[in-house]
Design a binder for this molecule. Structure first.
Ligand SMILES: NC(=O)c1ccc[n+]([C@@H]2O[C@H](COP(=O)([O-])OP(=O)(O)OC[C@H]3O[C@@H](n4cnc5c(N)ncnc54)[C@H](OP(=O)(O)O)[C@@H]3O)[C@@H](O)[C@H]2O)c1
Length: 263
């Protein structure tokens, strides 16, 4: 199976790296426009083909994945349209949904919109995805193989992929902000930045493991929060600051901003 990857940035590398680790019978070609150094580096590192002109690799490709910026897609699909013949086209670009893809590619083109997150670099993404009208079961197997190469995944409706990108894609930034704040608080008690980083990182990793073990977050919170105890005093400060509403407002603002752009 021949896969053409358009884009040679962070997300392209995450997918290439995951696919090559899966050791499937794949032939990958990576393409970008300007950064020859990065493209050649990826080709060498993963022992794959490369080209500075993706157009030349379309005909022999079975699957075309775009990891180019959202703003490049209109032009990209315009150029791709006369060259494709029912190949599966996948994009990981924010906001480039299947309605957009089907509207800009020839009638009958099978398309899929995948929204991974930054942890794809460690094959630990939780990705959401939605398939277009012409995706067959065979295509779906390929899509799931690509998704599994970068972590775990959940199929949603197009609207849900839009709305949940704030939670899966942007909320890692909310969590990192929380970690920065905790590190700052830890350092204020006289430990080094390095020690603070270790304490916070291990606390988050352990908490994530508890969640992954299947305990609901509310149960876990209650386990730690003895009524009238010291953790309860801290939690009540967060509640007084409307922590839950604040997170809801952050999700809403992220979605409102995402809906208003294609760049
Ligand atoms: N990074 C993430 O965590 C993340 C998460 C979810 C979704 N995404 C999506 O993934 C896509 C890539 O993100 P990234 O973080 O990997 O960005 P990036 O590191 O900036 O990479 C973008 C790549 O696209 C190439 N490119 C730009 N315009 C092109 C064109 N017209 N034709 C061919 N290649 C082109 C760039 O290379 P040249 O400039 O050399 O051509 C570069 O290799 C974006 O659409 C983004 O929305 C990223």
């Amino acid at each position: 199976m021949n896969i053409l990857m358009i884009g040679a940035g962070r997300m392209a590398e995450a997918i290439i790296s995951g696919l090559m680790k899966q050791n499937n019978n794949l032939r990958l070609t990576v393409a970008n426009q300007t950064d020859d150094v990065k493209r050649l580096e990826l080709a060498k590192k993963y022992n794959i083909n490369e080209t500075s002109d993706w157009r030349t690799a379309v005909e022999q490709s079975d699957i075309i994945i775009s990891a180019a910026p959202p703003s490049a897609h209109e032009g990209l699909f315009q150029e791709l349209s006369p060259l494709i013949n029912k190949q599966l086209v996948i994009t990981v670009a924010a906001g480039i949904d299947t309605t957009f893809m089907q509207g800009h590619l020839p009638e009958g083109t099978p398309v899929c919109w995948i929204m991974p997150n930054t942890a794809a670099q460690l094959q630990a993404s939780i990705s959401t995805f939605v398939c277009g009208h012409y995706v067959t079961n065979e295509h779906r197997q390929i899509i799931e193989m690509i998704l599994a190469a970068i972590g775990d995944y959940e199929e949603l409706t197009e609207e849900q992929v839009h709305d949940l990108t704030a939670v899966t894609g942007s909320a890692p930034a909310f969590l990192y902000l929380f970690c920065e704040a905790l590190e700052k608080a830890a350092v204020s008690y006289g430990i080094s930045q390095e020690q603070a980083r270790k304490l916070v990182t291990k606390m988050v990793a352990g908490s994530a493991q508890m969640l992954e073990a299947g305990y609901p977050p509310s149960d876990l919170r209650e386990q730690v929060t003895t009524p009238g105890g010291s953790t309860a005093a801290g939690v009540s400060v967060l509640n007084e600051g409307n922590f839950t509403e604040l997170i809801g407002a952050a999700v809403k603002a992220t979605n409102e901003h995402a809906r208003g752009r294609k760049n």
